[in-house]
Write a protein of this length. Sequence first.
Length: 155
Amino acid sequence: MNIGMGIAVRSAAFEPRRYNRQNLVSCCPARCTIRARRAVNGFHSPVIMDSFFKYHVFFCLNQREPGASRPCCANCNAQEMQEYAKKRVKQLGLAGPGQVRINKSGCLDRCEEGPTIVVYPEGVWYTYVDQADIDEIVDSHLVNGKIVERLLIDR
Ligand code: FES
């Protein structure tokens, strides 16, 4: 804002503030990352205090051309399984902020071990074959926090 005589005063509302961990912590005593982001500089910041979702699950749905040198998850029913997981999580009332989010992803670069799922924040990697495996991951990991050892990629 210009207040005359060539003197410009920046409005506090548009004053970008630098990232400051202490500022973030004190601005967001609860779990709200959006509030924390706004507290930093008034627009979205890449800084994340904690997980917006309790579990964020990514299903690789990558599709490769026939004859590609690497396999792809799309050829292992990945899209159907992702849609199934999303529906199941919703039916259980687990979907939404602070709870569970089921997302699609591109190649997660573990093609030979797939089809792949990765669950954050832990970074737990699973593979699966059918709906029964998805049910087990949902019921055990996403509902009860217990990792399904038999479906782990990293054992
Ligand atoms: S195609 Fe799924 S991990 Fe690469």
